[in-house]
Design a protein around this ligand. Structure first.
Ligand code: LIP
Length: 264
């Protein structure tokens, strides 16, 4: 399958998965468990949506690998791996805040983000009816319309960020926000990294920065940004476990990197 064909398969599955997530939300959501911390929750819907995605991929692409937030990973035999966050923005979803997304990416070269090549990605926002999609070298689109990143205006950059589930990391993350704010016109914290990255690709946000994302949070959104003419970067810093993710124009990402990583 070509990258465009993989993208179109991901779109079809993301739409079905998004409809299931919406139905379960309307029926009432139950917390299934906490993961890394009390704040890091998983709902029964997260698990059910990931199972649906996995079943569809097993049927359509039986030899491919899979890396999902809720069920982990498995290497395939084709060199192709699907990287899935069934409901990105889980806390929003569980709280009834309609900003959540199904994120599905397909990569080649294994499931290490530092080594893979992303072939296609989809971020589906079911409540808003928005499908952000990209295929390598085919551009990024929102419901079929071509996307292009934005450059910050004279008032500064409209930025988004997020905070980890571990309260012990909040002080450091807030200090990083303080170092970045002098170049910002304002800051958004939407609660879904995949959506934030899709909004950078769409030019709704100028830039994004966050520490500690998981591969499934950024796998699709990073390709959207790149195919919309932007840069997605995860600088490696010795001894740093919660790596920084950056997205935006090349100039803005360079400035964000300098400020975010400065010792404060
Ligand atoms: C979430 C991200 C969010 C981040 C949260 C969490 P989840 O993903 O989308 O931006 O700040 O810590 O990682 O857990 O909802 O799939």
């Amino acid at each position: 399958m070509t990258a465009a064909e993989l993208r179109d398969l991901a779109i079809d599955i993301a739409h079905e998965a998004g409809e299931l997530a919406q139905r379960r939300r309307a029926e009432g959501v139950s917390i299934a468990a906490s993961k890394s911390t009390l704040a890091d929750i998983v709902t029964e819907a997260d698990r059910e949506v990931e199972a649906l995605i996995r079943a569809r991929l097993n049927a359509e692409r039986p030899g491919d690998g899979f890396l999902g937030e809720e069920t982990g990973g498995g290497e395939g035999s084709t060199g192709i791996t699907w990287v899935v966050d069934p409901i990105d923005g889980t806390v929003n979803y569980a709280s009834g805040i309609p900003l959540y997304a199904v994120s599905i990416a397909v990569v080649e070269g294994g499931s290490d983000p530092d080594r893979w090549t992303a072939l296609a990605g989809v971020v589906r926002s079911p409540v808003l009816g928005e499908t952000f999609s990209a295929a390598r070298d085919e551009g990024a689109h929102l419901n079929g319309a071509r996307l292009r990143i934005a450059e910050p205006g004279p008032a500064g950059a409209l930025l988004a960020t997020g905070f980890g589930y571990d309260p012990r990391t909040h002080a450091g993350d807030l200090a990083m926000v303080g170092r970045v704010m002098p170049i910002a016109r304002d800051l958004r914290r939407g609660g879904s990294a995949a959506t934030d990255l899709a909004y950078v690709a769409a030019g709704r946000l100028d830039g994004y920065f966050e520490r500690g994302l998981s591969p499934w949070d950024f796998a699709a959104g990073s390709l959207l940004v790149q195919e919309a003419g932007g840069v997605f970067l995860r600088p490696e810093t010795a001894g740093v476990v919660r790596r920084l993710s950056l997205a935006g124009s090349a100039d803005l990402v360079g400035e964000l990197r300098k400020r975010a990583l400065a010792e404060g």
